[in-house]
Design a binder for this molecule. Structure first.
Ligand code: NDP
Length: 373
């Protein structure tokens, strides 16, 4: 979405959020233009792992503009369990081999890719060729070249592409974006973003396998830090320096464990971020010339909260908002598909992060040298 449209979207959204109860879903910005109750769009989840099971499928039960109409799984046992739980037709059940025949299924408008990272590009491109709109989980791909190929495939097949950046639907995160946009405390000087968790001891986990994950903590959690630095400044980084620390060479022999990096922004802001699979951190701090903002936690599904400061004095509390980020994200995309409005978390938005990740790994490969993005 062009920056101006995005700005007016944020403005409209904040007006809407002020007027609506926070328990309500996103205000339907185009409600007045739609005369009758529109059809709910059918979503097929591809890959029935943790995120699909615990977050996306439950969110689809309360969604207003879309519903769970299909599943794609490589695990036979999951088929009957999911069909019974969500009332999914047998004809709407696919596996990875017959996935392409989804093209002829009118119950499925949108395919949501929730697979290990290395499978995102392949299944997004196959879904696009099947004529289905696509939501793809983060990171959209293993690198920018793959991300570009996904965008090209969606354009060539006339379908929309969105990335699973649920935080763009969290009201407190939207407040951070507005502070970047409106700059009530002057220019942005510094952003600190941290996103990390301890991955556990299952050495078979795909997240520890380079071929499936493409990288380690950077790909999985570091992408939240990159997103945060970008939306907290409202700018695209121009250069990066990255450093890696590894303490467990066995567990992390294929992927990165802990990475810290600094980015330069064209307006003069500077960011410092840390991600890891071996410690816990979840925080966003933004320093403005005359104030600051803090979100802590900054990336959770629920419970994101923080404060805004003028100078060093707290002037506003960003209270916990009881919204369902995933429901808003999927409803927002479904409405966009119906009305022909591109996603605010488009493939292009995902590609910007992939370019930063490419540059980050180039910097690591050169021992931390400054790399232009
Ligand atoms: P899981 O490991 O829990 O699930 C992945 C699923 O993919 C598996 O259950 C399996 O489903 C399918 N799969 C197909 N091939 C393979 C393979 N070779 N190895 C492992 N699984 C395979 O992962 P998550 O659900 O945690 O993550 C999936 C994606 O979602 C990732 O890209 C991740 O980054 C993203 N994610 C995003 C979050 C967000 O907040 N936006 C939060 C969590 C994850 P089946 O048995 O049905 O075939």
């Amino acid at each position: 979405m062009p920056q101006n449209s995005r700005r007016s979207f944020l403005k409209d959204l904040s007006v809407g959020l002020g007027a609506f109860s926070i328990a309500n879903p996103l205000p339907d910005l185009a409600a007045e233009a739609v005369p009758k109750t529109p059809r709910k769009l059918g979503i097929a989840l591809v890959g029935l792992g943790n995120y699909s099971t615990k977050q996306l499928a439950p969110a689809l039960e309360s969604a207003t503009d879309c519903y769970l109409s299909g599943i794609v799984t490589g695990t036979k046992d999951k088929e009957s369990v999911w069909r019974a739980k969500y009332g999914i037709k047998k004809a709407n059940t696919y596996n990875y081999e017959n996935f392409d025949s989804i093209a002829s299924n009118d119950d499925i408008d949108i395919v949501y890719i929730v697979l290990p990272n290395s499978m995102h590009a392949e299944y997004t491109i196959r879904a696009a060729k099947a004529g289905k709109h696509v939501i793809c989980e983060k990171p959209m791909a293993l690198n920018a070249a793959e991300g570009q190929a996904m965008i090209d495939a969606c354009k060539a097949n006339g379908v929309m592409l969105s990335i699973g950046y649920r935080l763009h639907f969290d009201p407190n995160t939207i407040e951070i974006m507005k502070l970047a946009e409106e700059r009530p405390y002057g220019p942005i000087k510094y952003v600190q973003s941290e996103a990390a968790f301890a991955i556990g001891n299952n050495l078979d986990a795909w997240r520890l396998n380079r071929e499936l994950a493409g990288g380690g903590a950077v790909m999985d959690m570091g992408i939240y830090c990159i997103q945060a630095a970008r939306y907290a400044t409202g700018e695209e980084p121009i250069a990066i320096r990255a450093q890696e620390t590894k303490t467990d060479w066995g567990k992390f022999k294929e992927v990165d464990e802990t990475v810290t990096w600094q980015m330069e922004f064209p307006g003069g802001a500077y960011s410092n971020s840390t991600t890891s699979y071996n410690l816990r951190a979840n925080r966003l701090y933004v320093s403005y010339a005359q104030g600051a903002a803090l979100l802590e936690p900054a990336t959770k599904y629920t419970g994101i909260k923080g404060r805004v400061f003028r100078g060093q004095n707290p002037v506003r509390t960003l209270e916990v908002q009881t919204v369902n980020q995933q429901e808003r994200q999927m409803d927002g995309f479904a409405r966009g598909v119906r009305e022909g409005i591109p996603s605010i978390v488009s493939g292009e938005e995902g590609l910007r992060d992939m370019k930063v990740i490419d540059a980050l790994y180039r910097s690591l490969a050169t021992g931390g040298k400054r790399v232009e993005i």
